[in-house]
Design a protein around this ligand. Structure first.
Ligand code: PHE
Ligand code: ZN
Length: 854
């Protein structure tokens, strides 16, 4: 770490102490004004333990008054230092602490605390944003019911809970459910609702509203529809009912993340609410459905049961992601959803585990908690729950969850509490399983087969080993559920899926009574987040790809074949016949789900190949990786031109556009085929699809293909022309260009786009579109001359001064720098050092750049 820029000392899990006071009720009175909003807070406190009364308070909050039981404190009674406010006066056992502050929402560019987005007042308090609104013990284990009064002339005034009174210029809300401060929310603005009602399983009627800016109402219907399906699903599958009279969702244009589960008042990035066939892709619709569900599911997993401290973040996020994944599997195709999730996990979480940012699902220290909303906490956190469910069975899981809700409703809980309900409900000892929460790193599992022909016995031997990660070198063996099946040479399944439990460093399992040597289908349904190493020939992979009954394992065999083909090409080989023949069978398959076939056609990403190269001890060459992917795509296109053309004509859904899985699958297959043929037809077919497109999925897909082929000039201009007034589509316009530009064009193009009048870089979506688009362009971003790194560093520094969370998040593009060659490494290191040497860096970016730099 750069000594000239010390990062603050970390917070540690082991230092947790309960707060000395409980809060019986919070009363907030907020008078909104863009430059000078006034917040009065009355907190009814009762002492529980020894200790000072210490409150958190943001640096930009002006403290106008403090009083205990109505009598004003004077300057000698308190000290304010950094972000804390300590009260020295002797305090009764129970008392009311009142504070009055002034804050400036218009000057707040951080999208945290109270801020303005397009004229709408809104709040974001997770993780530690409430302190920017009022002095408070800003920690999740201090839970209280809230009463809120808002004064403003704006037409719509919202807060958590139930509405109590609404009069012109004033609204009162009451939230009876004790909640941590990070779930507080307030919204005020000129908003329009689309509304519906929902009758819960016990017969209570709930008013549902999705609030958007005037003019956006016709794009909010899918969000409402998704909400109703999510509410129904949580009742049916988890027995969880909604607990207030109203449920409000608000869409805002300036938001750091996807969405936020504030009690009864979810606030969303408008990208995850607004959709119409002309402006949103099938992928956007699917994300809206899943994020609406995710935030709704937090009402029980996160809100009714919250986290004791931020180290336990995976308690709510891992579980809620797991639940939203189950929901999507039920709404759409379970097989396709599982494969999609594994692709994402490998691209983001395996990458994180392999690099300098690796951390446990439950970290034990952090500098800035906002830097721990990671793929490890979210996606690996969900995988860990999937493993628990596999180990205890569906019934055990259901019993454990019932016990969790019964035992911990109203609590701020820990991972220990979570594991204990599984132990108590099922009798299983989870001491070893807990390592999945405490130990970072992706285990590497090696499988060897031994076939005893004489006795018909197959022995599978497994060994497991987890590489070291920052701060953790000793990794004892974990419990790994390994789902295997056996397939006979004629393709029949001779042994249906068995769940083997690997819990030692080396372990064998015997299968006897076998007539012929079977083929092993392993890690079915991706039963554990591990890297599986085994020796297979291309013929073996092709066999599994043709015969495996498990859709994930079947897809994986094809993926493995593609990966092996590309890796062999990197070593100078040519694509083998097995892979090309397998692709031929995919294209000829009229029975399988088109969405599944689309996944089988897609080549492993450049990032996945770079990861595989570096895992195997090589230095990945981004240009070579780009070249072999291009080359393989053209070989496929030339070999299967006729079939690809047939796919292009057979995959036009009948009837009006619908974002359902059936139609979306057809379009995915069509676009996968288009991506391949565009490599050899100069973009003719993509241009035709672009010109004839009646929905955004095809239009954006065709545009991406054209840009990747270097043939998108006219379409790029046309796209901007058509959609220049639709903010979310302009984001797409930036992103598609940056992400798909040919490697040598990527950075120069990104520079041009950064100078475009529409590049409103203070808007998080716009910034992410361009900067994140470039970072996703593997060979483009990792340009050998370091221009991608310099460009990113320039923009991170610029955005850090206005929105540290966005800067820190986007800095993750640097996380793989140490994988590459000396020239690239020197450039990346220089860019990181330049960031670290900058005065007044945010704590967010300082921590990230420091950890990445190492
Ligand atoms: N808690 C939100 C979610 O996962 C994510 C979030 C975190 C949003 C921090 C804003 C700020 O649903
Ligand atoms: Zn969440």
């Amino acid at each position: 770490m750069n000594a000239s820029h010390p990062v603050p000392a970390p917070q540690r899990l082991e230092d947790y102490r309960p707060y000395p006071f409980a809060i019986k009720e919070v009363r907030l009175d907020v008078t909104l004004d863009p430059q000078a909003s006034r917040v009065r807070a009355d907190l009814d406190l009762t002492r529980q333990h020894d200790g000072d009364l210490v409150l958190d308070i943001g640096k930009a909050v002006t403290l106008d008054r403090l009083a205990v039981d109505g009598s004003d404190l004077d300057a000698a009674d308190w000290t304010r230092k950094g972000e804390t406010l300590t009260i020295h006066r002797a305090l009764p056992q129970s008392f009311t602490l009142s504070s009055e502050v002034t804050i400036d929402p218009a000057a707040n560019t951080t999208c945290e605390g109270l801020y303005l987005s397009g004229g709408i007042f809104c709040t974001q308090c997770e993780a530690e944003g409430f302190r920017h609104i009022t002095p408070y013990p800003d920690r999740p284990d201090v839970m209280a019911p809230f009463k809120v009064t808002i004064h403003s002339d704006l037409p719509v005034l919202l807060s958590n809970g139930n509405p109590v009174a609404q009069a012109p210029g004033r609204a009162e809300w009451s939230d009876p459910w004790p909640k941590p401060p990070y779930l507080f929310a307030l919204v005020a603005g000129d908003l329009r609702a689309i509304s519906d009602t929902f009758t819960t399983m016990s017969g209570r009627e709930v008013d549902l509203n999705v609030w958007v800016r005037p003019g956006d109402e016709d794009r909010a219907g899918y969000a409402m529809d998704s909400l109703i399906r999510a509410m129904r699903w949580d009742e049916r599958v988890y027995g969880r009912e909604y607990d207030l009279d109203v449920f409000n969702i608000v869409a805002v244009d300036d938001f750091n993340m996807g969405a936020m589960e504030n009690k009864g008042l979810n606030i969303f990035n408008s990208k995850l609410v607004l959709a119409s066939p002309e402006t949103a892709t099938d992928g956007d619709y699917e994300r809206i459905e899943s994020v609406i569900a995710h935030e709704y599911f937090h009402n029980w997993t996160g809100n009714r049961i919250t986290c004791r401290d931020w180290f336990q973040l995976c308690l709510k996020e891992g579980l809620t992601v797991f639940r939203d994944q189950q929901f999507t599997s039920d709404m759409r195709s379970a097989a396709v959803k599982r494969i999609d999730d594994v692709v994402t996990l490998r691209a983001r979480q395996f990458r994180e585990d392999q690099g300098p940012l690796a951390h446990p699902v439950r970290p034990d220290s952090y500098v800035e908690i906002n830097n721990f909303y990671t793929a490890t906490v979210y996606e690996k956190g969900a995988e860990v729950i999937g493993m628990l469910k596999r180990l205890v069975g569906d019934e055990g899981y259901a019993k454990a969850l019932d016990l969790y809700f019964e035992r911990h409703d109203g609590d701020a809980a820990t991972i220990e509490d979570w594991l204990k309900v599984f132990e108590d409900a099922t009798g299983r000892d989870l001491a070893q399983f807990k390592r999945w929460y405490t130990d970072a790193g992706t285990p590497i599992v090696t499988m060897k087969e031994d076939w005893d022909a004489e006795h018909g016995v197959l022995t599978l031997s497994f060994s497991q080993q987890t590489p070291s990660t920052p701060g953790q070198t000793d990794k004892p063996p974990r419990v790994i559920p390994m789902a295997v099946g056996l397939i006979s040479p004629n393709g029949d399944e001779v042994l249906p899926t068995q769940m083997l439990e690997i819990d030692q460093a080396e372990q064998s399992f015997r299968f006897d009574g076998l007539a012929t040597r079977p083929m092993v289908s392993a890690l079915r349904d991706f039963s554990a987040p591990v890297v599986l190493r085994r020796e297979l020939t291309d013929a073996d992979r092709a066999f599994l790809f043709a015969h495996d009954r498990d859709p994930f394992a079947r897809w994986e065999a094809g993926r493995d074949l593609a990966r092996a083909t590309l890796l062999a090409m990197l070593d100078g080989g040519a694509p083998g016949p097995e892979y090309l023949a397998a692709i031929g069978r995919v294209l000829a398959d009229r029975d399988a789900d088109p969405a599944f076939l689309a996944l089988c056609l897609r080549l492993p990403s450049a990032e996945e190949l770079a990861q595989a190269r570096s895992e195997a001890g090589h230095t990945p060459d981004p240009d070579a990786i780009h070249a072999v992917r291009e080359e393989l795509a053209s070989v496929i296109a030339r070999t299967h031109q006729a079939e690809l053309d047939r796919v292009l004509t057979d995959t036009v859904p009948a009837g009006d556009y619908s974002p359902d899985a059936g139609q979306a699958g057809l379009r995915a297959l069509r676009l996968a085929a288009l991506g391949l043929v565009t490599r050899i037809d100069g973009g003719a077919r993509a241009q035709a699809i672009y010109d004839g497109a009646t929905n955004m999925t095809e239009r954006a897909g065709a545009l991406a293909a054209l840009i990747a082929a270097g043939a998108g000039q006219d379409a790029v201009a046309d796209f901007h022309d058509r959609f220049k007034d639709v903010r979310l589509v302009v984001d797409m316009w930036f992103m598609l260009q940056a992400a798909n530009a040919r490697p040598d064009r990527a950075v120069p193009l990104a520079r041009e786009l950064a100078a475009h009048p529409d590049f409103d870089w203070k808007n998080p979506n716009r910034f992410r579109a361009l900067i994140g688009g470039l970072s996703a362009n593997h060979a483009g971003f990792h340009a050998a001359d370091g221009s991608g790194y310099d460009f990113l560093a320039d923009w991170l520094l610029r955005v850090d001064a206005v929105n540290p969370q966005i800067a820190a998040r986007m800095s993750g593009a640097f996380e793989t720098w140490a994988r590459y060659d000396e020239t690239r490494k020197a450039h990346a290191k220089a860019a990181l050092d330049r960031i670290l040497a900058t005065p007044d860096l945010s704590r967010n970016l300082a921590e990230m750049a420091g950890r990445i730099r190492g």
